[in-house]
Design a protein around this ligand. Structure first.
Ligand code: ADP
Ligand code: NA
Length: 330
């Protein structure tokens, strides 16, 4: 029995990942590696859709890879590589572009939101074609499952449509992937603005917990997290988003249910509750941060790992791409 093939990735869009990436993606990836043949990519080609200095992008890419490993993605077990090291991504994306409708790509809500914000002159064709590159990422590996956040559901639908279209036009070439949508309980919100998702690109620094930040800074941010005036530790996303978010973080890291935590903290003030969250987050982050910094201190070793894994990815991707070239007449 071969295990199902899994593909996921993250953009190297900051020096550090934030706790939402850790809880919503890395912790799940770590578990999924034992049941799946997993490919985890640092998607640097996607990151080019944002302005970047070359040296900065290269650095963010290595830092992101180091954090994958530090969080428990095992490069001997899973295939952990940098997207641009495997040329087939850009090549397959071009071919898929030729079977994607202009209107179809224009209906992607993420594109519509971003292009409305940037205006048409500042919106690149790369941003427009971003979901097609993502389809190529997934289809190259004959992927069965793609763990994603809810906001990526539409992109997976497009990927499936493109795979089906290609298969029916040229003969069966691609596996049709399924989305594995992250549990709502794994979604983490900004500490200062607890109704919006925490993000690497959040504007408020005070609301984001960075995996690689100084522990004292993270402790302070948790102690200053927005709550409410009620003074009781109770989960209610509507009326108590700040407290609910802290409960979610606790539950995700401790593995205990929200109900158990509400019992434990019944009668505690928010100060004590936050202290407990801070202890938990700091002790979770500490070994991950230490390991990531150690990996970043030995660039030759990190490069060796990434290059070995890129070779593994390349072998699989190249087999699919050769088949595609053959079928379309290249
Ligand atoms: P960011 O918004 O931090 O740049 P990405 O869009 O690059 O994050 O997403 C990378 C991965 O992290 C995805 O799997 C996404 O679902 C997950 N993720 C990002 N932010 C959060 C969050 N606040 N809560 C849970 N998961 C998140
Ligand atoms: Na590997």
């Amino acid at each position: 029995m071969t295990s199902p093939r899994l593909y996921s990735g993250m953009q190297p869009s900051a020096d550090s990942l934030q706790i939402g990436n850790y809880i919503g993606a890395l912790l799940q990836w770590r578990d999924l590696q034992s049941t799946h043949d997993a490919f985890f990519s640092v998607v640097d080609l996607h990151a080019l859709t944002q302005p970047n200095e070359a040296a900065e992008l290269r650095d963010k890419t290595r830092r992101t890879a180091a954090q994958y490993i530090a969080a428990g993605i095992e490069p001997e077990k899973s295939t952990l590589y940098v997207q641009s090291h495997v040329r087939a991504h850009a090549e397959l994306a071009w071919i898929l572009n030729t079977i994607t409708g202009f209107g179809e790509a224009g209906r992607m809500t993420q594109f519509k939101d971003k292009s409305a914000r940037y205006g048409s002159d500042a919106t690149s064709v790369g941003l427009f074609a971003y979901p097609v590159l993502m389809a190529a990422d997934i289809l190259l590996y004959q992927t069965n499952v793609v763990p994603v956040g809810d906001d990526q559901r539409q992109h997976i639908e497009l990927t499936r449509d493109l795979a089906e279209r290609f298969n029916s036009r040229y003969g069966t070439t691609f596996t049709i992937p399924e989305a594995m949508v992250q549990k709502e309980t794994a979604r983490i919100y900004d500490l200062q603005n607890p109704t919006s998702k925490m993000s690497k690109s959040s504007e408020s620094q005070a609301g984001v917990l960075w995996l690689l930040d100084d522990p004292a800074v993270n402790r302070k941010k948790i102690m200053r997290a927005v709550t409410d005036d009620e003074g009781s530790v109770r989960f209610d996303r509507e009326t108590k988003p700040g407290v609910s978010n802290l409960l979610t973080i606790h539950s995700a890291l401790s593995g205990r249910s929200i109900a158990e935590l509400e019992d434990e903290f019944a009668g505690s003030g928010y100060g004590d509750f936050k202290k407990a969250i801070a202890e938990l987050v700091l002790s979770e982050f500490e070994p991950v941060r230490a390991r990531a910094l150690e990996l970043l201190d030995d660039p030759a070793e990190l490069d060796r790992i990434l290059s070995l894994n890129a070779e593994k990815a390349d072998t699989v991707a190249d087999a699919t791409l050769s088949d595609v070239y053959d079928r379309v007449g290249l």
